[in-house]
Design a protein around this ligand. Structure first.
Ligand code: NAD
Length: 494
């Protein structure tokens, strides 16, 4: 691990006069410094990405060559997997088991998948029309600004980079200024892979400084954003000044529904993961769990018992099952939500506080928390907490469960636990969410598109559909009239 991480602009690592200290949330210690882009650096990144796109150095190379570059990045990630996993854990606090087995290998696999499928996805389509033939050509959009959050810094950046690059765009990636380290390490892999200069630019910058400058710039053609609805709305505002393609992956307030015929152990364990993995800092966290009344008592007893056993600690320790929250500010926000919920009448069954363990004193830890008696009018029912807080309620009528699940402004994900998968599928069709898992949680596949509705955003990531978001379709119409004298050419009789 380096002690200093510069910006990556136009194929070179570049210092900046502004530097930022990067903290390990497990103990509050400074682990490195990262350059923080100035307005001049941001301008240089946009100029570089624009010039690289316009030169054709990336969009016009043979697809097989583009594929090779992406495969090199994928292999580069695998070659450095241990180092990247450690870095991700140090910077985000997430357990090393998660960064080792989820974040890092999945990042490599995404580059591999889009490398191997780009030729197929970019295939031209032909439509035979009356007296004409239409050729539908897939082109890159141009310069893509990719803005990612701090909860899955490397993984979400890799999704966006792999798709945007495979489609032939040039990019400016902006990580969260809390967690820039793993993507700046990825910049080294990209440089070693030998991509033409300017195709990838990675700038660590504060959102407030960089957001408007990047998103309102006319030379940018697409913005792919993952983050909070508040910032998403600002970006929609900036980009509206000169109309750009947008992909918006925003927040969630997702539901788990446990039916009485569910395999109880599976449902309890899956539900624990669905809210406590990554300290609950997941857009798809199932923060509201609705359990059918016949099994509610058993469910809640087991759920709380197991939640209490989750081992908190430094993410670098392989025994650790839950790390710290990302920052003190994030922890304060979570505490405020829990306190407010209690004052509004919710009942605390476990957690709800900073752990007493003195070894954890300097980190931003918060105990796995379970609340019941949560009502739809409460803030904790409606708003995204982004922390390890489960609200568990019982239902007796399945229509009521669907209604409760849908009673938020978000529509990102849900899970249904039942042995009757046909019934679960029927219920899933009535849930307002972009992803519904049945008897599992949180599985993402490069082959399958993912994305929310309503205030959870729009557009897809992953799969053919996600990839196509980073392209535009051009229609080339070739006249085929016999004798090549179509009526329109003689409309005025000349
Ligand atoms: P955030 O919105 O605060 O920040 C996300 C990114 O936007 C960061 O890089 C940040 O620097 C940048 N940013 C901040 N202000 C900006 C501005 N004015 N203009 C442009 N960019 C700006 O989100 P976060 O706190 O990093 O992440 C948590 C949020 O992300 C949660 O709401 C979560 O649900 C959401 N999220 C959604 C998905 C999804 O796929 N739907 C996945 C992960 C996280």
């Amino acid at each position: 691990m380096d002690s200093y991480y510069p910006l990556y602009i136009n194929g070179e690592f570049k210092d900046s006069s502004n530097k930022q200290k990067i903290t390990n949330p497990a103990n509050g210690e400074i682990i490195a410094e990262a350059a923080l882009a100035s307005k001049g650096d941001i301008e240089a990144a946009v100029t570089s990405a624009r010039a690289a796109f316009d030169s054709g150095s990336w969009r016009e190379i043979a697809l097989v060559e583009r594929k090779d570059f992406l495969l090199k990045i994928s292999q580069g990630i695998l070659d450095k997997a241990g180092e990247l996993a450690r870095l991700e854990t140090l910077n985000t606090g997430k357990p090393i088991k998660e960064s080792t087995f989820m974040d890092v290998p999945s990042s490599a696999k995404t580059f591999e998948y889009f490398a191997n499928h780009l030729e197929e996805f970019l295939k031209e389509e032909t439509k035979e029309l009356e007296n004409a033939r239409s050729q539908l050509v897939r082109e890159p959009l141009g310069v893509a600004v990719l803005i990612v959050p701090w909860n899955y810094p490397l993984l979400i950046a890799s999704w966006k980079l792999a798709q945007a690059l495979a489609a032939g765009n040039t990019v400016i990636l902006k990580p969260s200024s809390l967690t820039p380290l793993s993507v700046l390490e990825l910049a080294k892999i990209i440089q070693e892979a030998g991509l033409p200069k300017g195709v990838v630019n990675i700038i660590n910058a504060s959102g407030d400084v960089a957001g408007e400058q990047l998103c309102a710039d006319k030379r940018v053609d697409i913005i792919s954003f993952t983050g909070s609805p508040e910032v998403g709305k600002k970006i929609i505002g900036y980009s509206s000044r000169n109309v750009k393609k947008l992909i918006m992956e925003l927040g969630g307030k997702s539901a788990g529904i446990v039916l009485k015929d569910a395999d109880l152990e599976l449902a309890v364990n899956g539900s624990l993961c669905s809210i406590f993995l990554n300290q609950g800092q997941m857009c798809t966290a199932l923060s509201r769990i609705f359990v059918e009344d016949d099994i509610y008592d058993k469910f809640i007893t087991e759920f709380v018992e197991k939640a209490k056993k989750i081992k908190l600690g430094d993410g670098l320790n392989y025994e650790t099952q839950m790390g710290p929250l990302m920052s003190d500010a994030q922890r304060r926000k979570v505490i405020e939500y829990v306190e407010k919920a209690k004052s509004e009448g919710a009942k605390l069954l476990c957690g709800g506080k900073i752990p007493d363990n003195p070894e954890l004193r300097n980190g931003f830890f918060f105990e796995p928390t379970v609340l019941t008696d949560v009502m739809p009018h409460m803030a904790i029912f409606k708003e995204e907490v982004f922390g390890p807080v489960a609200c568990v309620s019982k239902f007796s009528d399945r229509d009521e469960a669907i209604q409760l699940a849908n009673a938020t402004d978000f529509a990102l994900a849900c899970a249904i636990w039942s042995e009757d998968t046909a019934l679960a599928q029927k219920l899933a069709s009535r849930i307002n969410a972009g992803a519904c898992w049945i008897n599992t949680y949180g599985m993402f596949y490069n082959e399958a598109p993912y994305g929310g509705f309503k205030q959870s955003g729009f557009g897809k990531e992953l799969g053919r559909e996600g990839f196509l978001e980073y392209t535009r379709q051009k229609n080339i119409i070739i006249d085929q009239t016999k004798g090549a004298k179509p009526l329109v050419n003689y409309w005025y009789g000349f």
